[in-house]
Design a protein around this ligand. Structure first.
Ligand code: ADP
Length: 160
């Protein structure tokens, strides 16, 4: 039963992330989405809020588990018994960073394989930063994120 982890910041989850998860569950028995507890990075949503939004957005996927971690991704992968790390590749701009990380992770743990999945073209320009910026100025984000995220963003950026 092959299990993989899909690590990331997910601040907040977007339809691009969901697209990657939906492809990963076609290939693997279980997908553990792991929210990075990165103390060095300031986030809009707490780890608990990010986990809650992921759980709600993915409640129809029975083989998806959401958790959080700090430390090295490969250590977390081993801890949960995963054979691989899923990452999303949107554009050439993602490639260099993902490539470096994949090779470093392979160096750290040769038995954990990084799998890069491409989303539908409609999500290639989507990232969490753009969503946060759009929401901050009351832009309509409903086309790009699950409905729970639309609601949560409204509480972070209430209309004045
Ligand atoms: P990180 O800070 O680890 O990059 P993110 O939450 O931004 O965390 O992204 C997690 C993973 O999901 C990364 O591999 C990223 O490339 C991928 N990803 C983010 N947005 C999209 C999208 N719109 N389509 C496909 N993959 C995406």
């Amino acid at each position: 039963m092959a299990k993989v982890i899909y690590p990331g910041t997910f601040d907040p989850v977007t339809n691009g992330h969901i697209d990657i998860v939906s492809r990963a569950v076609e290939l693997f028995e279980q997908v553990n989405i792991t929210v990075a507890r990165n103390p060095g990075k300031t986030s809009l949503f707490s780890v608990e809020e990010r986990v809650e939004m992921l759980n709600e957005s993915l409640k129809n996927y029975s083989r998806v588990v959401v958790d959080s971690f700090d430390g090295l991704v490969v250590d977390h992968a081993k801890h949960v018994g995963a054979v691989g790390i899923i990452r999303g590749l949107r554009a050439i701009s993602d490639f260099e960073y993902e490539f470096q990380m994949a090779l470093m992770n392979r160096k750290l743990a040769g038995d954990i394989t990084t799998i890069l999945l491409m989303p539908h073209a409609r999500y290639t320009y989507l990232n969490s930063t753009i969503i946060r910026n759009l929401a901050q100025f009351q832009g309509d984000v409903s086309e790009f994120v699950p409905s729970i995220v639309v609601e949560k963003l409204k509480t972070k950026f209430p209309r004045k």
